[in-house]
Design a binder for this molecule. Structure first.
Ligand code: OAD
Length: 254
């Protein structure tokens, strides 16, 4: 640790991290906002411009699989151009130092893994994976599919494939959900970063952690559902906040 004074919220989070024995992070679209990936809600959110029931539901997919795939291919192009930001890198660094034990994410963009995080629990799937609607075969897409490939078909059985993400009205992957609640129960500190927390059951995970005895740090430039239960609300964007935090801890960023 370096000896110069640190901005107060940074100092407070460092103190909490130093005292914790089992810290985890719970992330949402806001952590990737500084990488240029749009969030869902808020003034420029995706759900302002697009209808979730048409683009992110089993019914929408049944009605127009090509349209749904076009929307996901467009998002994949944005994500492919994006780079992890200091918030993603900071979580990976804290994990490699043994401070952070897991990242539970609602994001499908894979930016935590690209930043080097190892234990990432993906609650809503991954946009880079496709899944056959008939045989269930899953495979990774190396790049965004081109228009003439859409809608994608299963390389094994030829049936229609879909993005391997969770849509409205669908259950979350059982194992990821179980592991997320187990981590929340073990945690004594949760860094809640860039989420509105309004989508269930994911949004309840920090609440469960709090009830199980964890402290919550809520990092978000806007008020959200965790304001009242958080031990510390940091009203800042994730990337600049974690850049300062890493600098204060003397950890180099890529
Ligand atoms: P939302 O779009 O609901 O919320 C994004 C949050 O990030 C808001 O609270 C913003 O204030 C905050 N935010 C914006 N910029 C930020 C920044 N630079 N740093 C930190 N925070 C920032 O996104 P999620 O909470 O992830 O589900 O939404 C949850 C789920 O709703 C998503 O996983 C998705 C969506 O429908 C599925 O697709 C199943």
């Amino acid at each position: 640790m370096v000896g110069f004074p640190v901005p107060s919220s940074v100092g407070a989070v460092i103190e909490l991290l130093k005292k914790s024995r089992y810290a985890i992070a719970f992330t949402g679209a806001g952590i990737s906002a500084d990488s240029g990936v749009p969030t869902f809600r808020g003034p420029n959110g995706l759900w302002r411009r697009y209808k979730p029931e048409e683009l992110a539901s089993p019914w929408g997919f049944q009605r127009n699989p090509r349209l749904v795939w076009e929307w996901y291919a467009w998002r994949m192009r944005i994500i492919a151009r994006a780079r992890p930001n200091p918030a993603h890198y900071a979580l990976a660094a804290l994990e490699s130092m043994g401070v952070l034990k897991a990242v539970i994410t609602q994001n499908v963009d894979g930016l935590h893994q690209r930043a080097g995080s190892k234990r990432v629990i993906e609650l809503h799937g991954n946009i880079w994976r496709a899944r056959c609607t008939r045989c269930g075969h899953k495979w990774l897409l190396k790049e965004p599919p081109s228009e003439d490939e859409l809608p994608l078909r299963c390389p094994r059985c030829g049936a229609l494939a879909r993005p391997d993400v969770v849509w409205f009205g669908e259950p979350l992957p059982e194992r990821a959900l179980r592991e997320a609640f187990e981590e929340a129960e073990k945690a004594d500190l949760v860094l809640v970063i860039g989420t509105s927390g309004v989508v269930e059951p994911a949004g309840s995970i920090p609440v469960y952690a709090k009830r199980s005895g964890a402290k919550l740090v809520n990092i978000n430039p806007e008020p959200n559902r965790y304001d009242d239960i958080a031990d510390l609300n940091v009203r800042e964007r994730a990337a600049p906040f974690f850049r300062k935090l890493m600098a204060s801890m003397g950890i180099a960023m890529p």
